[in-house]
Structure formats: C-alpha cells, structure tokens
Design a protein around this ligand. Structure first.
Ligand SMILES: NC(=O)c1ccc[n+]([C@@H]2O[C@H](COP(=O)([O-])OP(=O)(O)OC[C@H]3O[C@@H](n4cnc5c(N)ncnc54)[C@H](OP(=O)(O)O)[C@@H]3O)[C@@H](O)[C@H]2O)c1
Length: 251
C-alpha cells in the first residue's frame, strides 16, 4: 500500500526492533522525516545507516524526565507512534510483584502518556492537526495466563487513546489505538523460547489461520497517521485475523 508522507515529521518509539522499526522504515520510504527512539544505540544506528530521513534518539522511556528533556528539543511533529513495549508475562496474578507491575506500566503505558503530552502540546501551540497512534494489543480486551501487568497496561492504553482523543479533538489532533494479535518479532520469539506457544494459540483461534505479517499492522498504523483517516479518532482498531470474534476451538 502506498502513502504520501512528504513534508511530514513523525516520532516512532521502540523503533529499534519489530513493529516500530518496520513502521519507521515504511514512513521513511513514503517521504516522511522520521525520529526513532529506542534504548539500544546499535539498533538505531543500523536503521539510520539504511534509510534516508531518519534521526535517532537513544533514550529509556522509563526515565520520564530524561525522555521529556530529549523530546522537548524536537521540532513540531505531525505524528507520534507510541509503540515501545515489553511483554510482561512472567508471573501468575497472585504472585506478581509490585515492582514488576510498575515496570511494565512504566514502559507500556506511562511512556505513551509522557510522549503524547510533550508532542501534543507543541502541536497545539503550532496549530498542527496531527495524529497519535498507540500500539496496544488484543490483550487489552482478552486475558492470557501470567499476563496481569501486560493486559492491564494495554487496556489502560486504549483508554488513554480515548481520553486524549476527547481532549485533543478540538485542536484537530486525532488519537487512536491499533490492537494487533500476533506478529513474529523479537518480543514474541522471546516468549515462545520460554515455552509459551502463543503462536499456536493465536493461529488456532483465528479464522484466518495464521499470524500477521509485519506489513499487515504497519499499513493500519500509517492509515491512522495519514489524511485518509481524518474523521477517525478515539478508536481501538483490532487487527487479528478474526481471533477475538471466535468463541470456538479447533479440534
Ligand atoms: N509482536 C506482537 O505480536 C505484538 C502483538 C500485540 C501488541 N504488540 C505491541 O507492539 C509493540 C512493539 O512490539 P514488538 O513485538 O515490535 O516488540 P520488540 O520486537 O521487543 O521491540 C520493542 C522495541 O521497544 C523498545 N523498548 C522497550 N522498552 C523500551 C524503553 N523503556 N525505552 C525505549 N525503548 C524501549 C525496544 O528497545 P530495546 O530492544 O533496546 O529494549 C525495541 O526496540 C509493543 O507495544 C507490543 O506490546 C506486539
């Protein structure tokens, strides 16, 4: 699918690997000036080497003030993709330590609030009609074993989208979630390596019996960032091959 982002500027968090990296690459190919933020410098260096119009920002989003200082230096943006996240499927709900819950919430939820505040304030001041996309999950509406902090974080992220959409709408700024089922990324490989076969579970529940390809979540994110979706805001966009709508199991 082709989009035109010429003259636009977008920040993608968690762009070193997986979905965020693919979004940054596609935006760059579509003429966008892209700011990529992540923790591992070498990931960002290779992204900058291989793509035009990409500028890297090394930061740990869990460091609220440090992130704020770095992002406040950026020019006014047209778009933000709050994509950074960790899986957080380590403990049964009854055993999950407070510190671990906070770590997942800091990474998956609070970071999106921090980045949205910084980017949106500048958009408002400059009267830019921008778009913010929060990368949530089907885990925002369905539970999975040992998923207490992850699923809480994504359910709350969907409400962050709605709340910001309500308050930023009058300024012409749209805010949406995308909620993918499963894409094979380093995060998912790590989960499978721990013996949790999420790929088989998702495939067996999806009416389109396969995982998502990266472009099948990248394109919806670009659609939400683009002027093709100018009246779409405050929504959670499930992209799951029919997984959530299925109440049957395959024999
Ligand atoms: N893959 C899926 O099937 C799937 C499904 C539903 C939702 N999602 C969501 O999609 C998003 C991306 O997932 P992914 O599978 O692409 O993950 P991934 O392959 O693990 O990539 C995550 C990226 O986020 C960065 N990151 C993590 N914590 C960070 C922090 N504190 N500060 C800055 N950067 C940080 C990582 O950097 P480092 O490697 O340097 O830490 C990495 O570049 C996540 O929000 C995830 O919950 C994914």
């Amino acid at each position: 699918m082709s989009f035109d982002f010429s003259g636009k500027k977008v920040l993608v968090t968690g762009a070193g690997k997986g979905i965020g990296r693919a979004v940054a690459e596609k935006l760059s190919q579509c003429g966008c000036k892209v700011y990529v933020l992540s923790r591992t410098k070498s990931d960002l260096d290779s992204l900058v080497d291989d793509n035009q119009n990409i500028t890297s920002i090394v930061a740990d989003l869990c460091e609220w003030e440090e992130t704020k200082t770095k992002l406040e230096k950026l020019e006014v943006l047209d778009g933000l993709v709050n994509n950074a996240g960790i899986s957080g499927h380590e403990y049964a709900a009854v055993d999950c330590p407070r510190e671990y819950i906070y770590k997942v919430l800091d990474t998956n939820l609070m970071s999106a609030i921090n980045c949205s505040q910084i980017v949106a304030k500048k958009m408002i001041e400059a009267k830019v009609k921008g778009s913010i996309v929060n990368v949530s999950s089907i885990g925002s509406v369905g539970a999975f074993p040992k998923g207490l902090p992850y699923h809480m974080s994504k359910a709350a992220l969907d409400m962050v989208s709605k709340q910001f959409a309500l308050e930023l709408g009058p300024h012409g700024i749209r805010v949406n979630s995308v909620n993918p089922s499963l894409v094979m990324t380093p995060m998912i490989r790590e989960v499978i390596d721990k013996g949790i076969h999420v790929d088989e579970i998702i495939t067996s529940r999806s009416s389109i019996s396969r995982l998502l390809e990266l472009h099948e979540i990248v394109n919806p994110i670009l659609y939400l960032l683009s002027d093709l979706s100018t009246m779409v805001t405050g929504q959670a966009h499930v992209v799951d091959g029919g997984c959530l709508s299925n109440i049957t199991t395959k024999a």
